[in-house]
Structure formats: structure tokens, C-alpha cells
Ligand binder design. Structure first.
Ligand code: M6R
Length: 613
């Protein structure tokens, strides 16, 4: 939550580049935003509630256009409502510093009282403002900016990525990290920082991921990283293979639609190079995925949040069915506080698009403390989840900007399928022929996904979605591997269309929720031929008998015949049906939200990367 940027240039101006950086970071929060630059001996701050376009109006006078040092912020409010006063950057009123922050300062109230007792005046309700006063107090005592930042951070409990700048000593830019992500880079004539590599890609592809406890001092061509005690640390640059073009809409009206359309390519990038056709097996690059290691596990513990949890649930169905290895699944936020008991030889598997979700990360760390080996399915190389996992399957979905996750989910499910095959081959539940058959079917998904994204199908899904634009609530039902798909379909709809939508295990309806069904209520039923198809059909009859309006999604022709409306999905084997069935559900949510005039890529109250608890 919240995106921060910073830049220090020897030659050119930094404002436009920072605004570009904020634009690609807006997915992290977008209730207010601001920038600060050094102008001569002073810091100038401009901040505004609302989207970046509002801030740009404030900057249109060009007064700050030539500045060479700056920091910027796009906010997802935690402490204090979205307002001009609570927007970042913050200062201490001295005009000698500006600070931006992503995270939460847990002891801010006691610090605020202490600082107020010294006569310091606060102008916002944020926890962040104590940081600017703490740094300001140290600067007033004559410390250099980097030392002042260290001294200030020594007083703080909580987590943060911060960037601070000051006109002192010809200009200084310092950042620090404890928790939320922070990436820095230098070129010959400049230095940059950002919450995400996407903000840095227009300048360079060689970046340094800061680690918890790092404090970095940036200047054109120079990066000095130390710990909080001031001891120097070595941090190496990594080359990023994403490019800035991937973070653009490429002609689509929304990132979400573009990302839905990318899914056939995402399947290919995540899976095809890893398939070993001759042995019916799969190879992974990061960490030890050997037979010996995979045979050593007794249990798998999946931890994730939101959409990633739904992918983790698909993994549970696939792995238990194909590998016969027991899999437990927890919301990461529950796992961390329920005093979990892990059996010896557990593999904890974190699933995360961003690799920075606070709850997932904390759950992963707890699992390690409890003795588990760790692995992750993650989309962001260099992210904290990846760095802290013993082994990783990178999902090569490319940058996902739409807050509603689509292509990252499909990539996670594909990665889970690959993992099931690798585990099955290692543990002997899948032989070479079996592995080849499964992997061949995976390859065949690509043209089937493309068919699902043909204009006729999209138009048909759109027409059905528009037909239910006034519905007060939806149920999404599925069983087996398509139960998590029902959950995901419901999450997509509530997230971007703000309609109540409940995903349910179809067989559970009669234990209570069926009481909610009234005449004409839309019930989306996801079904595929296989082990539970006839059970789902019975559940479909039950809801129809109570007046539900059934929309059947999947490749089960018999379900379509019973339904009021249907979207036919190309057939595949049952374990892979999840990958195809989710696509019409994504499109359904997209068109429903479009018809309701919602802000699809930036739904209200949400942020893409949830780096607070
Ligand atoms: O980055 P992560 O995959 O760890 O994020 C987890 C969830 O916050 C995320 O999937 C969220 O539920 C999405 N907005 C769903 O579309």
C-alpha cells in the first residue's frame, strides 16, 4: 500500500520522471498524492487529495519543473482520512526536509506526544508526520541527513519504506526499509528509488533491492548502503527482464482487460520452457526441487491471501489428487495468529503475485520458525517472499497493474499444476507416460484460451453480464477444483463491481445459504465433466427449483441444458478445467463493472499490494 519514488539528478530535471513513476505506482494506492522537490535552500511540497491528475493540475504552473532532487508519494490511507493535509510528503515545518512513507509507525502516538511537548506542531493525522519531526529534530542538532534518518529510525517501532530529502549540504536523498519493498538504482548522472521496479524501468534495468534494516544514501552515480548502526553493507544490482512497455495499456481501455488477454502467453511463459517432454517431467530454476528433497516432505502447508489463496486452494486439490500428499491451506492472516502446529518435514508454500504481502510474508517466516522448509510461487523476482524462500517457482506473468488480479492467478494455477507433476514424478504417483499426458494437455490449453478470448465469446459474456447489471446479489457455485474458481469469480465481481457476490461450495448451499435464493437471483454455476459433474448438476437443480436464474459456465453440456444462460468453455481434463473456467468469470466481472460505470483498474478502498496487516 502506498507507492514512493525519489530521484536525484546531476543534469536533468526530475519532476516529470517522478510523476511517471507515481503513475505506474498508483496501483498501490490512489486516494491522494504529492511531490516535494529541493528549490535552492528550501523544500517545496505540493500534495492533493484524489488521483494524480489532481496533483498535475497543481503543478501546471511549472514552478517546480526544473528541480533536480525530489520525492513523491501515492497514498492508501491508514492513519487519517484521505485529505490534502494527510497526503504525503510530510515535513516538520522547517522547510529543511520532506519525507514520504509506506507502512505503519506503531508507536506514533507516544512519539507524537513527546514531540508536541517539545513545541513541535503537527498538521496532519498521519503516523508518518512523527518521522519527519524526528528527522527534523536530529537535523536541527547538526546531524547529516543520513545520520539523522538513522537516529530517527532508532526510535520507531513498526514498518516502513521511507524516502527523505533535504537541501542541506548541496542536497541529500536518503531512503530506508523495514518491511515494505524499496528498490534503488544509479546511473552515471542520476539516482532513483521506488516501491517497485516498474517506477525505475524507464531509467534503468539494473536495480538493487534493499533489505530490511538497510539505509541508503543516494546521489548521482553513487549509492551507499549501511545498516541502522551505520555499518557499510554490500548490495548487488540485479538485471530486470521486464520492460517499461509491459506496464502500459497497449491500446486496451483498461489494464485488467489487457491482462486477461495476455493469459495465453502467460501460460506459455510460465510453463512451456519448463516441460521435459521425454521424461514427462518438469524442471524449476530457483532452489532445490530434486526428487530426494521432494520425497522428504510429509505435508504441504499453503499460505496466501485473496486471489493467491484461491490459486493455493487449486494447488491443494491438484496435489492431493495427483500426488496423494496431504495439503493444508490457510489464509496467511489466520495462520500467523492461530498458533499453528506443523508436523515435521512440512513444506510451507507461499503463493503471492507481489511477493510483498505483509500477512503472507509473516506467515512464511512463522512457518520457517516452526521448522518448515519454505517455497513460493511468486511473480516478482527479487521480492521479499522470493528472497526468503528456500525455493521458488517464478510465474512470469509480467507486471500486473490492474488491482483485480487475473493473469497472475492463471499463472499461479499453472505453476501449481507444474508443481503437482514434479511432486508426482518425484514421489512415484505419476509415471513418465502419465506426466507426458498431463503436460501435453497443459500445452493444448493455449489455443483453447485463445478461443475463449475470441470477440464472439467476449461479446456473449458481456451481454450476459449487462443483463444482470441491476442484480442485488450473486452466488457463484462450484465443487472440487472448480470450487476455488467459484470463490475467485465472486471475489472479482465484488472487488470491481461493488456488488455482493458469494462464492460457495455447491454442496454446502442446502446447509443454509439456499435460504437466500429468491426468484431471478443470478446463480453462476461452474462445472466441468469429471468426478463431481453430476453432483454439481444436482445442486444446480436445487437452486433452480427455488427460482434461481442459473448461468452455467464450463464444458459440461448437461449443465448448460439445465441453465437459463450459459457460456461454453473448451473441454480439457478436469484438473486443468480451473484454468479455462476462470476466464469467463474474469470477463463477467469486467463487463459488469463496466456497465455499472466503476473504476475498473482502481476499485474503491483497495490497493494492489497489501503491505500492511
Ligand atoms: O500480491 P499477492 O498475490 O500476495 O496479493 C494477495 C491479495 O491481496 C490479492 O490477490 C488480492 O486479493 C487481489 N486484489 C485480488 O484480485
Amino acid at each position: 500500500m502506498c507507492g514512493i519514488v525519489g530521484a536525484f539528478s546531476r543534469k536533468g530535471a526530475v519532476l516529470d520522471g517522478m510523476l511517471e513513476g507515481l503513475r505506474v505506482l498508483e496501483y498501490r494506492g490512489y486516494d491522494s498524492c504529492g511531490v516535494a522537490v529541493v528549490e535552492g535552500e528550501k523544500v517545496e511540497i505540493r500534495r492533493k487529495v484524489g488521483r494524480l491528475t489532481e496533483l498535475e493540475k497543481l503543478l501546471a504552473d511549472g514552478a517546480l519543473a526544473g528541480a533536480r532532487i525530489g520525492v513523491g508519494h501515492t497514498r492508501w490511507a491508514t492513519h487519517g482520512a484521505p485529505s490534502d493535509e494527510n497526503a504525503h510528503p510530510h515535513s516538520d515545518g522547517s522547510g529543511r526536509l520532506a519525507l514520504v512513507h509506506n507502512g505503519i509507525i506503531e508507536n506514533f502516538l507516544e512519539l507524537r506526544r513527546e514531540l508536541q511537548a517539545e513545541g513541535r506542531v503537527f498538521t496532519s493525522e498521519t503516523d508518518t508526520e512523527v518521522l519527519s519531526h524526528l528527522v527534523g529534530r536530529e537535523l536541527a542538532r547538526g546531524l547529516k541527513l543520513v545520520d539523522a534518518v538513522r537516529a530517527a529510525l532508532a526510535r520507531v517501532h513498526g514498518y516502513y519504506a521511507i524516502a527523505v530529502m533535504s537541501p542541506a549540504d548541496g542536497g541529500a536523498l536518503v531512503c530506508a526499509r523495514q518491511g515494505p519493498p524499496l528498490v534503488v538504482a544509479t546511473t552515471a548522472d542520476a539516482a532513483y528509488l521506488g516501491s517497485d521496479v516498474l517506477a525505475l524501468l524507464p531509467h534503468t534495468r539494473d536495480v538493487v533491492y534493499l533489505e530490511d534494516g538497510d539505509v541508503a544514501e543516494l546521489a548521482p552515480g553513487s549509492l551507499v548502503v549501511t545498516n541502522l548502526a551505520g555499518q557499510p553493507l554490500e548490495r548487488h544490482a540485479r538485471r530486470i527482464d521486464w520492460d517499461a512497455e509491459q506496464a502500459s495499456k497497449a491500446g486496451y481501455p483498461h489494464f485488467m482487460l489487457k491482462e486477461i488477454h495476455e493469459q495465453p502467453d502467460v501460460l506459455a511463459r510460465t510453463a512451456f520452457d519448463r516441460i521435459l517432454s521425454a521424461s514427462g517431467d518438469v524442471s524449476f530454476e530457483h532452489g532445490d526441487w530434486s526428487d530426494a528433497r521432494l520425497r522428504s516432505f510429509e505435508r504441504l502447508q499453503v499460505i496466501a491471501c485473496g486471489t493467491a489463496l484461491h490459486a493455493g486452494m487449486v494447488a491443494k486439490y491438484l496435489i492431493e489428487q495427483l500426488v496423494r500428499l496431504p495439503v493444508d491451506l490457510d489464509y496467511a492472516s489466520e495462520f500467523r495468529y492461530r498458533e499453528p502446529v506443523l508436523v515435521p518435514r512440512t513444506l510451507a508454500l507461499a503463493v503471492s503475485q507481489s511477493g510483498e504481502t505483509a500477512d503472507t510474508l509473516a506467515a512464511l517466516r512463522l512457518a520457517r520458525e516452526l521448522g518448515a522448509s519454505t517455497a513460493s510461487i511468486c511473480n516478482v523476482m527479487g521480492s521479499t517472499v522470493v528472497r526468503e524462500s528456500d525455493a521458488t517457482i517464478l510465474t512470469h506473468a509480467g507486471p500486473e497493474i490492474g488491482v483485480a488480479s487475473t493473469k497472475a492467478f492463471v499463472a499461479q494455477v499453472v505453476a501449481a499444476f507444474l508443481l503437482a507433476v514434479r511432486l508426482g514424478r518425484a514421489r512415484g504417483t505419476i509415471d513418465a507416460n502419465g506426466g507426458r499426458a498431463l503436460l501435453d494437455e497443459l500445452r493444448r490449453l493455449r489455443p483453447r484460451m485463445e478461443a475463449l478470448l475470441a470477440p464472439e465469446t467476449i461479446e456473449r459474456v458481456g451481454a450476459i453480464a449487462r443483463g444482470h447489471v441491476d442484480a442485488k446479489g450473486f452466488f457463484f457455485l462450484g465443487r472440487g477444483v472448480n470450487f476455488p474458481i467459484a470463490l475467485e469469480g465472486a471475489l472479482k465481481l465484488k472487488e470491481i463491481s461493488y456488488v455482493h457476490a458469494e462464492g460457495y461450495a455447491a454442496g454446502e448451499m442446502k446447509h443454509g445459504p439456499i435460504a437466500l435464493i429468491s426468484k431471478g437471483m443470478p446463480i453462476v454455476v461452474v462445472n466441468a465433466p469429471g468426478s463431481v459433474a453430476d453432483k454439481v448438476r444436482s445442486n444446480l437443480h436445487e437452486v433452480k427449483a427455488r427460482g434461481g436464474h442459473v448461468i452455467s459456465i464450463g464444458s459440461d453440456a448437461a449443465s448448460h441444458e439445465l441453465a437459463d444462460e450459459s457460456i461454453d468453455v473448451p473441454a480439457t481434463i478436469e484438473p486443468l478445467s480451473a484454468v479455462l473456467n476462470v476466464i469467463p468469470l474474469q470477463l463477467f466481472a469486467y463487463h459488469h463493472a463496466l456497465a455499472r460505470g466503476c473504476d475498473i483498474d482502481k476499485p474503491r478502498n483497495l490497493a494492489k499490494s497489501v503491505t500492511v496487516e
